[in-house]
Design a protein around this ligand. Structure first.
Ligand code: ZN
Length: 256
Protein backbone atom coordinates (compact mmCIF):
# COMPACT_ATOMS: atom_id res chain seq x y z
CA UNK A 1 0.00 0.00 0.00
CA UNK A 2 1.32 3.47 -0.72
CA UNK A 3 1.92 6.13 1.92
CA UNK A 4 -1.08 8.27 1.03
CA UNK A 5 -3.56 5.41 1.32
CA UNK A 6 -2.11 4.40 4.68
CA UNK A 7 -2.36 7.96 5.95
CA UNK A 8 -5.97 8.23 4.72
CA UNK A 9 -6.80 5.00 6.49
CA UNK A 10 -5.71 6.54 9.77
CA UNK A 11 -8.99 8.43 10.13
CA UNK A 12 -7.73 10.91 12.71
CA UNK A 13 -7.93 14.67 12.96
CA UNK A 14 -4.46 14.98 14.32
CA UNK A 15 -1.16 13.29 13.50
CA UNK A 16 0.84 12.16 16.51
CA UNK A 17 4.18 10.61 15.65
CA UNK A 18 6.63 8.79 17.84
CA UNK A 19 10.01 7.91 16.35
CA UNK A 20 12.12 4.98 17.45
CA UNK A 21 15.65 5.58 16.30
CA UNK A 22 18.82 3.48 16.07
CA UNK A 23 22.40 3.72 14.88
CA UNK A 24 21.47 3.81 11.17
CA UNK A 25 20.42 7.46 11.43
CA UNK A 26 23.88 8.57 12.53
CA UNK A 27 25.89 6.68 9.91
CA UNK A 28 25.77 9.63 7.53
CA UNK A 29 27.05 11.79 10.39
CA UNK A 30 30.21 9.69 10.55
CA UNK A 31 29.37 7.84 13.74
CA UNK A 32 30.70 4.29 13.81
CA UNK A 33 28.09 1.79 14.97
CA UNK A 34 28.60 -0.48 17.92
CA UNK A 35 28.10 -3.70 16.08
CA UNK A 36 29.76 -5.32 13.13
CA UNK A 37 33.17 -4.27 11.85
CA UNK A 38 32.97 -0.86 13.55
CA UNK A 39 32.65 -2.49 16.95
CA UNK A 40 36.38 -2.84 17.60
CA UNK A 41 38.83 -0.41 19.18
CA UNK A 42 42.54 -1.23 19.63
CA UNK A 43 41.65 -4.93 19.57
CA UNK A 44 39.05 -4.47 22.27
CA UNK A 45 35.47 -5.34 21.51
CA UNK A 46 32.99 -2.55 22.31
CA UNK A 47 30.80 -5.05 24.08
CA UNK A 48 33.70 -5.91 26.43
CA UNK A 49 34.42 -2.28 27.32
CA UNK A 50 30.90 -0.94 27.81
CA UNK A 51 30.21 -2.89 30.98
CA UNK A 52 30.24 -2.09 34.72
CA UNK A 53 32.69 -4.95 35.13
CA UNK A 54 35.22 -3.47 32.67
CA UNK A 55 34.94 -0.09 34.39
CA UNK A 56 35.57 -1.62 37.79
CA UNK A 57 38.52 -3.64 36.55
CA UNK A 58 40.17 -1.01 34.38
CA UNK A 59 38.52 2.44 34.42
CA UNK A 60 41.51 3.92 32.60
CA UNK A 61 41.05 1.84 29.47
CA UNK A 62 37.29 2.43 29.51
CA UNK A 63 37.82 6.17 29.81
CA UNK A 64 40.44 6.11 27.01
CA UNK A 65 37.91 4.41 24.79
CA UNK A 66 35.16 6.91 25.60
CA UNK A 67 37.60 9.77 25.01
CA UNK A 68 38.49 8.27 21.63
CA UNK A 69 34.79 8.05 20.80
CA UNK A 70 34.26 11.62 21.97
CA UNK A 71 37.01 12.85 19.65
CA UNK A 72 35.08 11.29 16.75
CA UNK A 73 31.81 12.62 18.09
CA UNK A 74 33.07 16.18 18.33
CA UNK A 75 33.43 16.13 14.52
CA UNK A 76 29.97 14.68 13.91
CA UNK A 77 27.10 16.85 12.74
CA UNK A 78 23.39 16.06 12.46
CA UNK A 79 22.36 15.02 8.94
CA UNK A 80 19.11 15.58 6.98
CA UNK A 81 17.43 12.65 8.77
CA UNK A 82 17.93 14.27 12.18
CA UNK A 83 16.73 17.56 10.71
CA UNK A 84 13.64 15.92 9.21
CA UNK A 85 12.56 14.80 12.70
CA UNK A 86 13.14 18.30 14.06
CA UNK A 87 10.90 19.65 11.29
CA UNK A 88 8.12 17.24 12.29
CA UNK A 89 8.37 18.53 15.84
CA UNK A 90 8.32 22.16 14.76
CA UNK A 91 5.18 21.39 12.76
CA UNK A 92 3.57 20.05 15.95
CA UNK A 93 3.34 16.49 14.62
CA UNK A 94 5.82 14.75 16.88
CA UNK A 95 5.29 13.46 20.39
CA UNK A 96 8.97 12.71 20.62
CA UNK A 97 12.04 10.74 19.63
CA UNK A 98 13.03 7.58 21.45
CA UNK A 99 16.62 7.00 20.52
CA UNK A 100 19.00 4.15 21.23
CA UNK A 101 21.89 6.39 20.19
CA UNK A 102 24.08 8.04 22.78
CA UNK A 103 25.61 10.59 20.36
CA UNK A 104 23.34 13.52 21.27
CA UNK A 105 22.84 14.49 17.61
CA UNK A 106 19.06 14.97 17.99
CA UNK A 107 19.70 17.59 20.63
CA UNK A 108 22.24 19.33 18.40
CA UNK A 109 19.68 19.23 15.58
CA UNK A 110 17.42 21.14 18.00
CA UNK A 111 14.80 18.50 18.60
CA UNK A 112 13.27 19.07 22.02
CA UNK A 113 11.40 15.94 23.10
CA UNK A 114 14.00 13.21 23.19
CA UNK A 115 14.36 10.11 25.30
CA UNK A 116 17.92 8.82 25.17
CA UNK A 117 17.06 5.34 26.26
CA UNK A 118 20.67 4.15 26.46
CA UNK A 119 21.90 7.37 28.02
CA UNK A 120 24.12 10.08 26.62
CA UNK A 121 27.80 9.97 25.98
CA UNK A 122 28.26 13.76 26.21
CA UNK A 123 27.75 13.68 29.96
CA UNK A 124 29.52 11.95 32.83
CA UNK A 125 28.07 11.30 36.24
CA UNK A 126 28.95 10.00 39.65
CA UNK A 127 27.64 6.65 40.77
CA UNK A 128 27.55 7.69 44.44
CA UNK A 129 26.01 11.14 44.38
CA UNK A 130 23.92 13.13 41.88
CA UNK A 131 26.92 14.97 40.37
CA UNK A 132 26.74 15.25 36.58
CA UNK A 133 28.83 17.20 34.07
CA UNK A 134 29.25 17.72 30.34
CA UNK A 135 32.49 16.45 28.94
CA UNK A 136 32.02 16.86 25.21
CA UNK A 137 34.87 19.31 24.87
CA UNK A 138 38.19 19.08 23.05
CA UNK A 139 40.03 19.44 26.30
CA UNK A 140 38.20 16.75 28.26
CA UNK A 141 38.47 14.26 25.41
CA UNK A 142 42.25 14.54 25.08
CA UNK A 143 44.30 11.36 25.19
CA UNK A 144 46.03 10.11 28.34
CA UNK A 145 44.24 12.35 30.75
CA UNK A 146 43.95 11.55 34.42
CA UNK A 147 40.92 9.63 35.55
CA UNK A 148 38.15 12.10 36.33
CA UNK A 149 37.15 12.10 40.00
CA UNK A 150 33.86 13.40 41.32
CA UNK A 151 34.45 16.94 42.62
CA UNK A 152 31.59 16.39 45.04
CA UNK A 153 32.43 13.16 46.83
CA UNK A 154 36.14 13.27 45.83
CA UNK A 155 37.17 9.61 45.85
CA UNK A 156 34.74 8.25 43.30
CA UNK A 157 35.65 8.10 39.58
CA UNK A 158 32.87 9.58 37.48
CA UNK A 159 31.56 7.52 34.57
CA UNK A 160 29.98 8.15 31.18
CA UNK A 161 26.24 8.72 31.56
CA UNK A 162 25.35 5.76 29.36
CA UNK A 163 23.61 2.48 30.01
CA UNK A 164 26.17 -0.28 29.81
CA UNK A 165 25.64 -3.88 28.80
CA UNK A 166 24.24 -5.71 31.80
CA UNK A 167 22.71 -2.56 33.32
CA UNK A 168 19.02 -1.75 33.67
CA UNK A 169 17.48 1.11 31.70
CA UNK A 170 16.35 4.01 33.85
CA UNK A 171 12.71 3.15 34.55
CA UNK A 172 11.64 6.79 34.24
CA UNK A 173 12.93 6.96 30.66
CA UNK A 174 11.42 3.63 29.78
CA UNK A 175 7.97 4.45 31.21
CA UNK A 176 7.92 7.66 29.24
CA UNK A 177 8.89 5.80 26.05
CA UNK A 178 5.97 3.42 26.55
CA UNK A 179 3.61 6.33 27.26
CA UNK A 180 4.67 8.13 24.07
CA UNK A 181 4.25 4.92 22.10
CA UNK A 182 0.72 4.41 23.37
CA UNK A 183 -0.24 8.02 22.63
CA UNK A 184 0.97 7.97 19.04
CA UNK A 185 -1.00 7.07 15.93
CA UNK A 186 2.10 6.80 13.74
CA UNK A 187 5.41 5.21 14.66
CA UNK A 188 8.54 5.72 12.61
CA UNK A 189 11.18 3.05 13.12
CA UNK A 190 14.42 4.50 11.79
CA UNK A 191 17.81 2.87 11.27
CA UNK A 192 17.31 0.11 13.78
CA UNK A 193 16.96 -3.60 13.30
CA UNK A 194 14.72 -3.64 16.35
CA UNK A 195 16.45 -6.63 17.83
CA UNK A 196 17.76 -5.05 21.03
CA UNK A 197 15.37 -5.54 23.94
CA UNK A 198 13.50 -3.85 25.45
CA UNK A 199 13.32 -1.15 22.74
CA UNK A 200 12.36 -3.88 20.30
CA UNK A 201 9.04 -4.27 22.14
CA UNK A 202 7.90 -0.71 21.36
CA UNK A 203 6.89 -1.52 17.76
CA UNK A 204 4.90 -4.48 19.14
CA UNK A 205 3.05 -2.18 21.56
CA UNK A 206 2.37 0.19 18.68
CA UNK A 207 1.05 -2.62 16.51
CA UNK A 208 -1.32 -3.82 19.23
CA UNK A 209 -2.54 -0.25 19.53
CA UNK A 210 -3.37 -0.03 15.78
CA UNK A 211 -0.65 2.54 15.28
CA UNK A 212 0.65 2.76 11.73
CA UNK A 213 4.28 1.73 11.52
CA UNK A 214 6.66 3.11 8.91
CA UNK A 215 10.10 1.63 8.74
CA UNK A 216 13.23 3.29 7.34
CA UNK A 217 16.24 1.08 6.88
CA UNK A 218 18.81 0.09 4.29
CA UNK A 219 17.54 -3.50 4.39
CA UNK A 220 14.80 -5.77 5.68
CA UNK A 221 14.71 -6.24 9.45
CA UNK A 222 12.53 -8.13 11.93
CA UNK A 223 10.37 -4.95 12.03
CA UNK A 224 9.58 -5.24 8.31
CA UNK A 225 6.93 -7.92 8.81
CA UNK A 226 4.90 -5.80 11.25
CA UNK A 227 5.38 -2.51 9.39
CA UNK A 228 2.59 -0.96 7.34
CA UNK A 229 5.21 0.40 5.00
CA UNK A 230 8.97 -0.10 4.77
CA UNK A 231 11.14 2.34 2.91
CA UNK A 232 14.55 0.96 2.07
CA UNK A 233 17.53 3.21 1.46
CA UNK A 234 19.77 5.60 3.39
CA UNK A 235 17.46 7.37 5.84
CA UNK A 236 19.13 10.75 5.30
CA UNK A 237 17.55 10.53 1.83
CA UNK A 238 14.29 8.66 2.47
CA UNK A 239 13.21 10.30 5.72
CA UNK A 240 13.16 13.96 4.57
CA UNK A 241 11.02 12.96 1.56
CA UNK A 242 8.61 11.15 3.83
CA UNK A 243 8.38 13.91 6.43
CA UNK A 244 7.66 16.51 3.75
CA UNK A 245 4.81 14.30 2.58
CA UNK A 246 3.41 13.86 6.06
CA UNK A 247 3.62 17.59 6.78
CA UNK A 248 1.67 18.25 3.58
CA UNK A 249 -0.87 15.60 4.53
CA UNK A 250 -1.35 17.10 7.98
CA UNK A 251 -1.80 20.60 6.59
CA UNK A 252 -4.50 19.10 4.35
CA UNK A 253 -6.21 17.61 7.41
CA UNK A 254 -6.18 20.95 9.20
CA UNK A 255 -7.63 22.74 6.19
CA UNK A 256 -10.35 20.11 5.97
ZN1 ZN B 1 30.03 11.97 43.65
Amino acid sequence: MDIDSILKELDVSEIKIVSVVGAGISKASGMPTFRGEDGMWNNYRATDLATPFAFQRDPKIVWEWYRARMRILLEAKPNPAHEALTNLEKEGLSIGIITQNVDGLHEIAESKNIIEIHGRIRYARCNSCDYIERWDSEEKSLKDRELPYCPNCKNQIIRPDVVWFGEQLASQRWNKAVEWTLNANIMLVIGTSGVVAPVSSLPDFAKQNNTKIFEFNIEETPITSISDHSIFGPCEKTLPTFTRKIIEFSRGLKNG
